[in-house]
Write a protein that binds this ligand. Structure first.
Ligand code: CP
Ligand code: NVA
Length: 307
């Protein structure tokens, strides 16, 4: 059984097929609709954290493909608290044909997948956000018509979104450059994983970890940022916001990038912190097409795993 827990579990060819499927599903929807390939199928959406894009794009995606989805919020099933993850996985497998889960501990999606007899999708964990990275690569591909050789500069916290974006770059031959303050770098395990994935795909991807945002942004085709305080890190908010101040994506930083650069942000944005209004709403911003691309990306994953 195939799950979608991490881009590291999928080959570059498999991910390329998902992207092609996403492009086709997007075109078909705009041309009149999608085939009901998931008719009579249900997706359980388990959320331990809030969500706008993930929740809505998965539910809408299921409906567009002829199926349906049900929302199980943090207070409803008490994943791992009211009931063990193994029991939740086995019970849900008797009712639905797929499980998408947003969790704190990445091991919880791994455990769901171990015990479920239906496919499990990681809708964000503290460690990775693979659905986001698929939509990000779709957006990059749409904007540039290629991926290999592009320079992707990630500015700020080396978090879950950065890890999955790095994996995508490794698969598709992009140069991933990240600038982060001390103590907030991309985990070293993610760097060695990058080298492994890049060697496997043979597309020439490279990874560079830097301190200075201007150095990372220099000549970049994509400037990417995310919140300085991820869900679950609220107690560290003051310290994080203080140390990340020089890592704001603003007009001055954008001047270092390629003249055709696009700016991406997974959202939600904390305008005035990691990104200014001027950049988020400016001519280089692709953050709303990027958010929209969560829908075809999700549909491609659902169709691949649940048909
Ligand atoms: N980017 C993203 O995953 O957004 P949500 O937290 O709103 O789902
Ligand atoms: N890094 C953020 C992403 C939100 C979509 C978080 O984990 O809260």
């Amino acid at each position: 059984m195939k799950h979608f827990l991490s881009l590291a579990d999928w080959s570059a060819d498999e991910l390329r097929q998902l992207l092609e499927s996403a492009v086709q599903l997007k075109q078909a929807w705009k041309a009149g609709g999608n085939q009901p390939v998931l008719a009579n199928k249900l997706l359980a959406m388990v959320f331990q954290k809030p969500s706008l894009r993930t929740r809505v794009s998965f539910e809408v995606g299921m409906k567009h493909l002829g199926g349906d989805a049900l929302m199980l919020g943090p207070d409803e099933i008490g994943l791992g608290k009211r009931e063990s993850i193994a029991d939740v996985a086995r019970v849900l497998s008797g009712y639905v044909q797929g499980i998408m889960a947003r969790v704190f501990d990445h091991d919880h999606v791994v455990q769901l997948a171990q015990w479920a007899s239906v496919p499990v999708i990681n809708g964000l964990s503290d460690a990775e956000h693979p659905c986001q990275a698929l939509a990000d690569t779709l957006t990059i591909y749409e904007k540039f018509g290629r991926m290999a050789g592009l320079r992707v500069a990630y500015i700020g916290d080396g978090n879950n979104v950065a890890v999955s974006l790095a994996q995508a770059c490794a698969h598709f031959g992009m140069h991933f450059v990240i600038a982060s303050p001390e103590g907030y770098e991309l985990p070293t395990a993610a760097v060695s994983q990058f080298e492994t994935l890049a060697a496997r795909s043979e597309e020439g991807a490279t990874i560079t970890r830097l301190r200075r945002p201007e150095e990372a942004a220099a000549g970049a085709h994509v400037i990417y940022t995310d919140t300085w305080v991820s869900m679950g890190q609220e107690a560290q908010s003051a310290a994080r916001v203080a140390v990340m101040q020089p890592y704001q994506v603003n007009a001055a930083l954008l001047k270092h990038a390629d003249s055709d650069a696009i700016v991406l942000h997974c959202l939600p944005a904390h305008r005035g912190q990691e990104i200014t209004d001027e950049v988020a709403d400016g001519p280089h911003s692709a953050i709303f097409p990027q958010a929209e691309n969560r829908l075809p990306a999700q549909k491609a994953i659902l169709a691949q795993l649940m048909v």
